[in-house]
Write a protein that binds this ligand. Structure first.
Ligand code: AMP
Ligand code: FES
Ligand code: ZN
Length: 267
């Protein structure tokens, strides 16, 4: 089956998207998010692109170039924001925890931008390999709070927009093959901080296991979906409003505000 057909099936199966929704596709410059935008456009969804310039030398420059190329070919609006304009700093200026702070920052900015600009949903390029490596990581750490959350669709909640992973059931290698065949612009440049992330090792390990059992990743993912309820916490978790920025937050102050300590937020 062609990748577009598979994505169409996932969209129907998990009720991911509607044609009347305003969709913000968060694009990084890499193959996954670019292919997500490409396929959604082909399937005639109402999309705009969103990109954060993280200010990581060489990597961010080439990423931005590829994002612009994509927007031009697809002929869709491209929204670019600059981390340095917002926080006064780039990811490179941080002294430690680059990846985790970057993750918090990207999630916050895509959500806030989408929320403030009337989007209904955010689509990211996360694929099956991302999901199983995060899942394995959260199991190894027994991160109980995150274990129920590895879903293809996270529904909206207060100021959290709906988040959708259209490649939840699709392996990375299939996306790469499609992107190359279609001539989608993307960069293979890797962020220099990525080597610190343990999930990169989980990925390698899971790919090694695939040599013994080619279905191992799907087996892990679908088994998880079947038994996920085991991890649902009984307590009725109440989200709050961040005391600084007013966005929906797990604690009194959201992780973005805790990390960046911005006095006055402006895009
Ligand atoms: P990553 O956190 O790099 O694994 O990327 C996960 C997803 O986040 C990608 O598939 C994109 O949808 C989105 N993303 C990553 N980097 C950026 C960026 N600089 N700007 C906008 N979206 C991004
Ligand atoms: Fe965020 Fe590498 S892309 S630290
Ligand atoms: Zn906040």
């Amino acid at each position: 089956m062609k990748l577009e057909e598979k994505v169409k099936k996932s969209i129907e199966k998990y009720k991911m998207l509607n044609k009347d929704e305003k969709i913000l596709v968060s694009v990084s410059g890499g193959k996954d998010s670019h292919t997500a935008a490409w396929i959604l456009k082909k399937l005639d969804y109402n999309i705009e692109l969103f990109h954060i310039n993280l200010g990581i030398s060489k990597f961010s420059e080439i990423s931005l170039k590829k994002v612009k190329e994509l927007a031009e070919i697809l002929n869709v609006p491209l929204n670019i924001v600059n981390l340095k304009d917002i926080t006064g700093k780039t990811i490179e200026d941080l002294r430690k925890k680059h990846c985790s702070i970057c993750g918090i920052t990207k999630r916050y900015l895509m959500n806030r931008f989408g929320y403030e600009n009337g989007f209904d949903v955010i689509v990211t390029g996360h694929n099956l390999d991302d999901e199983v490596s995060f899942l394995l990581n959260n199991l190894l750490n027994w991160s109980i709070r995150y274990l129920p959350k590895h879903l293809p669709v996270l529904p909206s909640h207060d100021k959290f927009l709906k988040k959708v992973k259209i490649f939840y059931e699709i392996e990375e290698e299939e996306i790469l093959e499609y992107a190359e065949k279609e001539g989608i612009p993307f960069t293979t440049a890797k962020c220099k901080f990525q080597k610190d992330a343990i999930t990169v090792e989980h990925r390698k390990y899971l790919n090694k296991l695939k040599e013994y059992n080619k279905n191992i990743k799907k087996q892990f993912l679908y088994g998880y979906l079947k038994y996920r309820h085991i991890f649902e916490l009984e307590e009725d978790f109440q989200f709050k409003e961040c005391k600084i920025c007013g966005m929906t937050s797990a604690g009194n102050i959201c992780s973005f505000c805790r990390v960046w300590k911005i006095k006055e937020f402006k895009w």
